[in-house]
Ligand binder design. Sequence first.
Ligand code: HEC
Ligand code: HEC
Length: 289
Amino acid sequence: MAEKKDPYEAKDTGHEWDGIRELKNDPPGWWMTGGYISIIFLIVYFVLYPSIPLVHGYTKGLLGWTQVDEYKSSLAEIMSVRAPFEEKIAKKSAKEILADPQLSQFALASAKAVFGDKCAPCHGSGGQGGPGFPTLADDEWVYGGTIEGITESITGGRQGMMPAYKATLSEQEVNDLVAFISGLNTGKAHDPGKAVFLGQTAGQADCVTCHGEDAKGNPDVGGVNLTDKIWRFEGTQEGIKRTILHGVNQEDDKETRKALMPTFGGKLSEGQIKQLAVKVFMFGGGKKG
Ligand code: HEC
Ligand code: HEC
């Protein structure tokens, strides 16, 4: 090892403050080496890479590297990985995509951005729904949870329609209906209400045409299941009453329930819709068949 110099033997600069002398020591060797290496690195970098801005453009560097080129080539790489999947998706129906685990995983990942952009504002990022917007992640469906039903909901949109009964049913009939429907969910039978529901009273209600005799719903018209404790609107007695009195999507009724699923056919590509349908199905509630 080289003998360490005594730093106090260095040349005196002649400056002194309150007994503290300023000496002229060289910087340590490791520090100087680092400095020279950085200078060499800098020169090599300047020669190889784009670096110095000029009036028109910049020095291009010997390697001809640009960040944009690098981005383009990695994008091209991603596209070339995606292409075979996209091609298969274009040829297959949503149902066939679902049957292929690799393709459906691809669709799931690939539809994530579109779902976040176009669907999540109403249905939530995980399809969990919200007040006025149905949950897509459970197995209760207004319009049927088959892959075909889901595809149709996305392509054509949906607009539930239920008449308002404020003018055609008596107060008593409505109250009986409310008791009957609440009872379906709590296990308490209410026969007078059942009679109204089945259209056997003076008001001749037609509930069964859309909700079915067993009140379990009819997915063809969006008549929801009224027996399963899952509510599209409010399941309180007040809430149920409001739905019956004012209906769903009744134009001339201010208190009507609004239910409008926009149409995406034509706004999204067919491939995007297929991938979205697969994603919605795979939230967990999709029905085979
Ligand atoms: C503006 C709000 C809104 C947006 C955006 C929206 N939806 Fe909907 N969606 C609804 C409403 C409201 C309904 C229920 C319609 C009804 O009850 O008649 C619905 C119903 C559905 C249904 C049927 C659910 C069932 O239970 O049968 C599916 C599937 C669906 N939406 C998927 C999507 C997908 C996928 C997207 C994105 C491409 C999307 N929605 C975007 C509001 C929206
Ligand atoms: C023309 C079809 C149709 C008829 C007739 C009909 N409904 Fe409905 N009902 C619907 C639709 C559609 C919905 C809302 C589904 C949606 O858009 O999400 C609905 C929703 C409801 C809801 C709200 C359920 C919830 O989950 O919040 C209740 C309660 C209800 N109906 C009761 C009745 C009763 C009682 C009658 C008879 C007096 C009746 N409906 C007649 C189609 C109908």
